[in-house]
Design a protein around this ligand. Structure first.
Ligand SMILES: CC(C)(COP(=O)(O)OP(=O)(O)OC[C@H]1O[C@@H](n2cnc3c(N)ncnc32)[C@H](O)[C@@H]1OP(=O)(O)O)[C@@H](O)C(=O)NCCC(=O)NCCS
Length: 144
């Protein structure tokens, strides 16, 4: 496992190959099952940008998304998951995770933050300067 910061201040950093155990911890924390080798494939995917927040020598926040090529414009980025563990919320870590994600994806034509609709997300996204996009609804097509 890559080094974990040992200082008392929280640290937010990009996750890279070697950080698979942290990704697996995050998956478990999010209530999903870790699938064999999935974290390794995930961290080696060049489209993936994953960020972790560490405090008290543990993972306390996780965010990931993708940089996607477009045929008509510069690449765009989607942030799909952003979560700070309850005991560490309202200390600026969510904002730092977004900042680190944004820095890592660099200049993109659009940066979409995909999230459930809730008063928490509305309050948080307003605080980081994001606005609701008037766009198409998402439809899910089930597997056969
Ligand atoms: C949304 C979430 C990531 C915010 O993380 P965080 O580390 O607490 O956020 P920050 O400390 O950077 O908050 C920055 C500002 O956002 C706003 N904000 C944060 N949480 C909020 C809440 N629950 N309700 C209303 N506004 C909120 C506040 O303005 C806050 O500034 P303040 O603490 O000075 O008032 C965290 O609440 C979380 O993980 N929630 C559960 C998962 C979730 O809903 N994820 C959403 C994206 S998928």
């Amino acid at each position: 496992m890559s080094d974990i910061p040992t200082g008392s201040d929280p640290v937010v950093r990009v996750l890279t190959p070697g950080d698979e155990p942290w990704v697996e911890q995050a998956v478990t924390h999010l209530g999903r099952s870790a699938v064999t080798n999935a974290a390794e494939v995930f961290l080696r995917d060049p489209a993936v940008v994953a960020v972790g927040a560490f405090a008290d020598e543990a993972l306390v926040g996780f965010a990931y998304g993708y940089v996607l090529s477009r045929p008509d414009d510069a690449p765009m980025a989607n942030l799909y998951v952003l979560e700070v563990w309850p005991d560490y919320q309202r200390r600026g870590l969510g904002s730092q995770l977004i900042k680190a994600f944004k820095k890592e994806v660099g200049r993109v034509s659009k940066l979409w933050l995909v999230s459930p609709v809730s008063p928490i997300t509305a309050g948080f996204y307003a605080a980081v300067g994001a606005h609701a996009e008037q766009s198409d609804a998402v439809y899910e097509l089930p597997n056969d």
